[in-house]
Design a protein around this ligand. Sequence first.
Ligand code: NAP
Length: 281
Amino acid sequence: MSVAQLLDGTAVARRSFAETAERAADFAAAQGRSVCLATVLIGDDPASQTYVRMKQRRAAQLGLESRRVRLSAETTTDEAVAAVRALSEDDTVDGILVQHPAPAQVDELAVFEAIAPKKDVDGVTMHSFAAMGLSANGFHSCTPEGIVRLLDAYDVPTAGRRVCVVGRSAILGKPVGLLLLARDATVTFCHSHTTDLAAQVSEADIVVAAVGRPELVRGEWIKPDAVVVDAGYNPGNVGDVEFSRAAARASYITPVPGGVGPMTIAVLMEQTVTAAENRVR
Ligand code: NAP
């Protein structure tokens, strides 16, 4: 029985971090200030706190400045929009990240829309979404773009391949499908109303799992030699794919952790430096 090769996001991200740090140093030398990423965390969700901390730590390692905005769990949509709009108008801020998900009472889309498109380094605004759909200039959603970069790093072809995306969120499932469609894949989206998920997955040359349910995608569903990208992260370092049995059938598979996660941060850092460079061009 063959065992899949790992799509090592940690290793691919490391190369990207080195390049981003160089660009950040060049920017600081030329402009007399560091690239600045503003992070906005609304509420006390422990996973979100961890994600924001990881992003701030990585930013510091690469020579970026972090501006931290913390809003309480009771924050209203208007308050969150006002805080983000202030960052959009602040000349010393290059990129803005609003950590998803916001608490239920907050209209997350309205908050995202308060991000100026030129600072939307996490690719969450309607402008960025449309740019991805139209293959026009703009920032890409970080996790979807990270997935595409990871496939590219291992020369995984997408043109003409059948892709099954499990999950259709605005930050992950939908945009990763759009980006792979732009790479000439034939894309099927699955979601909570999909009947016979197993049949859909088993047709796919590339499976992208983006749900948030531990091991929802069973190993036996994977077509022999398919490529498996597991974007899911569940407590206990468990992905959305039944890893060991899927790895026994797939040609390539992402580990969890160490697959998609590091790529997401790599794209965020890279796009933040690009935003800064664009603003002084
Ligand atoms: P989300 O907004 O909760 O969306 C989950 C999606 O899964 C929805 O489209 C939902 O369908 C679908 N779904 C739920 N149950 C299903 C089922 N039984 N069968 C098929 N589809 C089902 O989640 P998200 O923000 O996209 O995140 C998904 C996962 O990725 C989470 O584990 C999250 O932690 C992880 N994530 C990782 C990174 C990273 O950097 N590695 C970044 C972002 C997210 P409906 O639309 O019908 O409800």
